[in-house]
Design a protein around this ligand. Sequence first.
Ligand code: ZN
Length: 279
Amino acid sequence: MKIANYNGRASLIIDGRVVDLERVSRGHFGPDTQALYERFDELRVAVTSFDVSSSQELDITKLWSPVPAPRQVFAIGLNYHGHAAESGATLPSIPATFTKFPSSLSGPNDPIPCQGPTVDWEIELVVVMGKAARHVPASRAWDFVAGLAVGQDISERTMQFAAGSQFSLGKSCEGFGPIGPWLVTPDEVADKDNLELTCWVNGDRVQNDRTSDMVFSVSALIEELSKVTTLWPGDVIFTGTPAGVGVTSHPPRFLAVGDVVRSEIEGIGVMTNTVIPAL
Ligand code: ZN
């Protein structure tokens, strides 16, 4: 199942076409995409009985964030062996967790405001929770996941490191969290722990790796985070970025107005975000 936020309305993507969820469910589900995650098991069952013949053509410019207003947004630093190595960092023994403020989240077509001279890209697999999770062992963790999306953990590096080890501010400028193009349930991807991620800037391939390089797998992250706090339906986890970010390039490279960031994850999709002047 693919869930989209199409022009602000909860929708399904079926065979490349758009099905409005409120209409097809005759009002059983509303138009609020975020609210779907509170009833995700119910949706999984109900979707099998919908008559989806009244679909409409997909215009990708009308795709908004499939998870527009989560309660909590977790992000994990140094979670790929390759990225930890290029950063000169030792591997963390527990997930290096920080937050992105929910107000930083944006959609798959939204611009990235250039909020400083050292704005950087980080393609990431985004996990969205489908039910409340507390003390969940890794062996059961995927059962709590609604789905996966492509994410960019955009970072203003100077701001990120200006306050010691507290990353959240430099990761949370408006527009610093594009997610999209839709949410794909784990059963739809071939190998959910081994997905190829690729990021291009103006056509240059800057990041390319597989999620199997993660230090803490998706399952391990859910186990570790749910030991500390409840993960609520619709909560977001940015699961870390592979090698190839701008700050560790030689010489360092950062985003400038007009740059185009293209992000793709195997089995999920592609999103394109253009850098615009600071807000
Ligand atoms: Zn990141």
